[in-house]
Design a protein around this ligand. Structure first.
Ligand code: ADP
Ligand code: MG
Length: 696
């Protein structure tokens, strides 16, 4: 579908405002390089260059009414103008301006070239701040000479746009250039939004929107322009989502679950499935049975029991004679899943393998051969499973656990192993709906809201530095009753400014001082895999009392006997990250304690700590985190798949996004190839605006 769209666009190209900015009046090759730094290459980019803010310079004040400190527009006649040089070498351009009510002194520093514009007798528009020297003066105002401006001033007497610029461009120049682009080229641009959508949603047309986003005639018009541009942006994005989803609709594998499989499966466990687990299993079962490849995101808070749901998908694929791969972000987690899943599925006689970097070459080769030959049914591994040399005989299911730790590219690479395969993506970092629709808008989403019965809530508290002794004693007490504890540090090694923040440093200290008599171990991401495995295994077997760790324990680790987690320098973690860490405890029958230590230095970090002590619902925490950090940081990974938005804010403008999504999906259902002439505009936007930024 990609290429069909692209070809058509190429033929159309000349009809649009794709003209390079260098051909605009006053730009040329040199300045076009500066524009490029701002991400502006063609006229279209200029149209979409959103002002950072606006200044209301609409109303001219009378000179006699001006007060010190005011920022006002004034209109008057130039009485005289001269340039002086101060003793410091600064040049001062000085003018006297008069209106019907009085006279005003105006100065500009270091702009001697202005003088030639200020011929005596000309009408001038000024906008600036009144300061006092020996008498009131307007200092360094924006200005416009009336007969120079084409009828209407871009600078004064209106709401004026202020852009984010580099040093080499002035606001005045930018306004002029945009105005010129609007005059010469806006007329030829095709509207992205079909008229019928605009009519239904009561949105202004593109020309009005561009004109008013830059040079609004009124605050209301600005509002309408903005709303329209936000809608358009989301609309384009959601059409892409809808197209992608259709692409997933190619014929895949029909994995049929035989009668009674679920009951049989449930018998493998010594607990009953929760209602939510069953619901998600049903959704997945249905997806897998259908000819359309599954592309589902399973969201469930930490400890909600997603692994079981994934296992059901694994056996369904195996029942149908297909192989599955489960990719996880860390070797610790791969190892853990391998153990649990092998143990649970052993009675079914499935051949389960693990593939991680830490394996010896020989072992890896064997696993590779078994996957290629079809002897292995299920492989669990880290990104090692992505390697080019790993081939699958008949891959039918892809499961990605803790997907937020992976980038878009990795997800894609795995899917390329077999595009027909069903895909299940799991995440314990709930993604607020607004974000999910933006980044995973092409997927079906399952939510697992409740947790298994009898799960203890974890009590969370915040301890100050002076309570360290007390906290240590508490850990000691828990350990005396047979429990184990994590102590989490923000980094591996000490960097000078903050000793004690490192796992290594802390480990040494605690081992030699506070917990001399206890059994301590250290684990962090820079250790060799075998080393990590050995330590995790020993900790799980109860051979250590305290595990000093970095956030490597954040994802997925399951040690039911560990009931305390002490997080040091708690102000340095994100909200979701803290919630993830907390999810590592409270997994057994014992009461558990999550203790944060740290003295937050900023309001945001204080707020984070307070939120985590008060809230336990991962979904609410995620919403809060998104508010606090914004989408980019929330998603974290470099290639999170978050599109660059010029106008829309997915949190603030969520309602508009939902509306745009509805329209977009309806459009693609009706016209999946975007062949309808009314959809030419949207077609063009898809290939151009988001070109390379969003995967079609
Ligand atoms: P997560 O969703 O965080 O990946 P896991 O799948 O690791 O959670 O499950 C956490 C723990 O809960 C595991 O020890 C698992 O065996 C257990 N568990 C899963 N489902 C249930 C259930 N329905 N009842 C009781 N315990 C369960
Ligand atoms: Mg998990």
């Amino acid at each position: 579908m990609d290429s069909i769209i692209r070809d058509d666009i190429m033929q159309e190209k000349k009809n649009y405002g794709d003209i390079s900015v260098r051909y605009l009046k006053g730009v040329g090759p040199k300045r076009s390089v500066i524009f490029k730094k701002l991400g502006i290459e063609n006229v279209q980019d200029l149209f979409y260059y959103l002002p950072r803010r606006y200044e209301d310079r609409s109303f001219a004040a009378s000179i006699e009414d001006l007060k010190i400190g005011d920022e006002r527009a004034v209109r008057g006649k130039i009485l005289k103008c001269g340039v002086f040089r101060a003793r410091t070498g600064t040049s001062i351009t000085c003018a006297a301006v008069e209106d019907a009510t009085g006279r005003l002194q105006v100065v500009w520093y270091n702009m001697p070239f202005l003088q030639k514009h200020f011929a005596v007798g000309k009408q001038i528009f000024l906008y600036g701040k009144i300061e006092i020297e020996s008498r009131p003066v307007m200092v360094h105002p924006a200005f416009d000479i009336m007969d120079e401006a084409h009828g209407e001033s871009l600078e004064i007497g209106r709401i004026v746009p202020i852009y984010s610029l580099t040093q080499d461009l002035t606001q005045r120049y930018m306004r002029k250039t945009i105005d010129c682009a609007i005059r010469d080229h806006l007329g030829q641009v095709r509207d992205t939004l079909p008229t019928y959508v605009r009519a239904r949603k009561k949105l202004v047309d593109f020309k009005f929107a561009v004109q008013n986003i830059h040079f609004p005639h009124s605050p209301e018009n600005l509002e309408r322009a903005y709303r329209r541009l936000v809608f358009e942006e989301f609309f384009v994005l959601q059409v892409i989502m809808a197209l992608r989803r259709r692409r997933h609709a190619r014929k895949g594998i029909e994995h049929l679950a035989k009668e009674g499989l679920l009951d049989e499966f449930e018998k493998l466990f010594n607990f009953e499935f929760t209602r939510e687990q069953k619901k998600c299993i049903k959704e997945i079962e249905k997806d897998m049975a259908s000819a359309r490849p599954m592309y589902r995101l399973l969201q469930g808070d930490v400890g909600s029991g997603k692994t079981v749901v994934a296992m059901y998908a694994l056996i369904t694929a195996a029942e149908n004679g297909y192989q599955s791969v489960m990719m996880v972000p860390t070797e610790i987690l791969a190892r853990q899943h391998y153990v649990t899943i092998s143990k649970a599925l052993m009675p079914l006689g499935l051949n389960i393998r693990m593939l991680i970097n830490g394996l010896g070459k020989k072992e890896k080769d064997i696993v590779g051969a078994e996957l290629a030959g079809g002897e292995a049914d299920i492989v669990i591994g880290t990104h090692s499973v992505l390697q080019e040399k790993i081939n699958y005989k008949n891959l039918g299911l892809i499961v990605i656990d803790e997907q937020h730790k992976f980038g878009v590219d990795q997800r894609k690479t795995l899917r390329q192993k077999n595009a027909k395969a069903d895909t299940l993506i799991m995440t314990a970092t709930p993604i607020p709906r607004s974000l999910a629709l933006t980044v995973y808008g092409d997927m079906d989403i399952s939510f697992m809201k409740d947790k298994p019965h009898g799960r203890k809530t974890v009590s969370t508290s915040w301890a100050r530095e002076e309570q360290r002794e007390e906290v240590y004693n508490f850990l000691r007490e828990e350990i005396r009753t047979g429990r184990q504890a994590f102590i989490v540090c923000p980094m591996v090694k000490d960097k000078d400014p903050s000793p004690m923040a490192s796992a290594e440093g802390m480990f040494k200290r605690l081992k030699n001082e506070a917990f001399r008599d206890l059994r301590l171990a250290l684990i962090h991401g820079r250790m060799k895999t075998e080393e990590k495995d050995r330590i995790m295994k020993a900790f799980r077997a109860g051979k250590y009392d305290i595990l000093v760790a970095t956030t490597v324990v954040e994802v997925g680790v399951n040690i039911p006997n560990a009931t305390v987690m002490l997080v040091l320098h708690a102000d340095r973690y994100g909200l979701t990250q803290l919630h993830q860490l907390r999810g590592r405890i409270g997994r057994g029958e014992h009461a558990s304690y999550f203790i944060l230590m740290g003295d937050p230095t900023t309001d945001v970090s204080r707020e984070r700590i307070e939120t985590i002590t008060k809230m336990d619902d991962g979904f609410l925490i995620a919403e809060r985190d998104l508010d606090l950090r914004g989408p980019g940081e929330f998603l974290g990974t470099r290639q999170s798949g978050l599109p660059e938005l010029r106008f829309g804010n997915i949190v603030r403008d969520f309602k508009i996004m939902e509306e745009a999504r509805e329209e977009a999906f309806a459009l693609v259902t009706k016209d999946p190839e975007l062949k309808d002439p009314r959809h030419l505009g949207i077609r063009k936007s898809i290939t151009e605006r988001f070109h390379g930024k969003v995967e079609l």
